[in-house]
Design a protein around this ligand. Structure first.
Ligand code: NAD
Length: 322
């Protein structure tokens, strides 16, 4: 039986990843500071542990793993990453986790390890035009991420690649672009735009008004979590290290996303744009490299994932009210 260790398995993407690995027949151990919030873990073994502590990383690897997935990070949406208030924690906590997990993997002779970097590592100067952002993988340098979160991701992806070069580990690095879906954080300050807008629209009456940070003309692309997991597994099991974008190339403005969600919700909603943290002006996944290397690219229409996510967020809003 194949075995996998999933770090960050109490979080959004990694809990979907655990489910997928279980469906494939893997024996899976999850590790996180917390259990998944919205449904019980399906991992065979789940360690509640702080991966900033090297001993916990060694304990998590007390057996052989065919694949290690490192998704644990101190992270959140724009309200967490772009205010500046959490910069020290973001850099310190996530860097420690990455250093410790990688060292423990090396010492345990884990050969294949996946690391989730982020599109936030791309230079700000290539993302000033909302209609024409450049996020091709080779545009990463000279580096100039717009957040400390992006700088830490850049450091850690280089760290993983260096272990690959110097110690012969099969590292795999993906740059995720705005992943969304059911069972993602939807309130509390760490939620990202799709979940936050689904919540606002689920809470407002038909004909009501919602607030959006910035002028709403900033653009992004959003990838449904199932396709993110698919891309993660395809990359990990390929013979190529990356780094590679795993994202959608269906670009939409934030106001446009809100309009899509209100249509899915069957509500007429007006938008009030207010000052707030917003990040770069434009971002879109460039999928030429993933298609060339893996013969696969995400292809599901945004509206399909938004429908599933809205239904789920609406059910959360309803049960929080009752
Ligand atoms: P998430 O916050 O839901 O999951 C991260 C998990 O890491 C959390 O459950 C958290 O408790 C855990 N964690 C944090 N510090 C830890 C520690 N010291 N020890 C043990 N566990 C710890 O986030 P997510 O959206 O599922 O993201 C997963 C990964 O993908 C992260 O590395 C994130 O940076 C990256 N990523 C996500 C997106 C996105 O849009 N969601 C985009 C780009 C990159």
């Amino acid at each position: 039986m194949k075995t996998a260790l999933v770090c960050g398995a109490g979080g959004f993407i990694a809990s979907h990843l655990v489910r997928r690995l279980k469906r494939e027949g893997y024996w899976v151990r999850g590790v996180d500071l917390k259990f998944p919030e919205f449904s019980p873990t399906v991992a065979d073994d789940f360690m509640v542990a702080d991966l900033r502590d090297p001993q916990n990383c060694r304990n998590a690897m007390d057996r052989r793993f065919d694949e290690v997935y490192q998704l644990a990070a101190d992270m959140g949406g724009a309200g967490f990453v772009f205010t500046g208030e959490n910069d020290a924690d973001i850099m310190h906590n996530s860097a420690l986790v990455n250093l410790n997990v990688l060292e423990a993997s090396y010492k345990r002779n884990v050969s294949r390890i996946f690391y989730s970097s982020s599109a936030c590592m791309y230079p700000e100067h290539n993302q000033l035009d909302p209609e024409n952002p450049n996020c091709s993988e080779d545009s990463a340098y000279p580096a100039n991420p717009d957040s400390e979160y992006g700088w830490e991701k850049l450091f850690s992806e280089r760290l993983y690649l260096a272990f690959g070069r110097n110690y012969g580990m099969d590292v795999r690095v993906a740059r995720y672009h705005n992943i969304f879906g059911p069972e993602g954080t939807w309130r509390g300050g760490r939620e990202k735009a799709p979940a936050a807008l689904c919540r606002k629209i689920a809470e407002v009456d038909n004909g009501g008004e919602i607030e959006i940070w910035g002028d709403g003309l900033q653009t992004r692309s959003f990838l449904y979590v199932d396709e993110c997991v698919e891309g993660t597994l395809r990359l990990t099991r390929s013979d190529w290290a990356g780094p590679v974008n795993i994202g959608s190339d269906e670009m939409v403005s934030i106001n446009g996303l809100a309009e899509m969600i209100s249509q899915v919700a069957g509500k007429k909603v007006s938008i009030r744009n207010i000052p707030g943290p917003e990040g770069v002006r434009g971002r879109n996944s460039d999928n030429r490299l993933i298609e060339g290397k893996l013969g696969w690219r995400p292809s599901a229409p945004l509206v399909d994932g938004i429908s599933a996510t809205y239904q789920w967020v609406e059910s959360q809003v309803d049960s929080a009210r009752s």
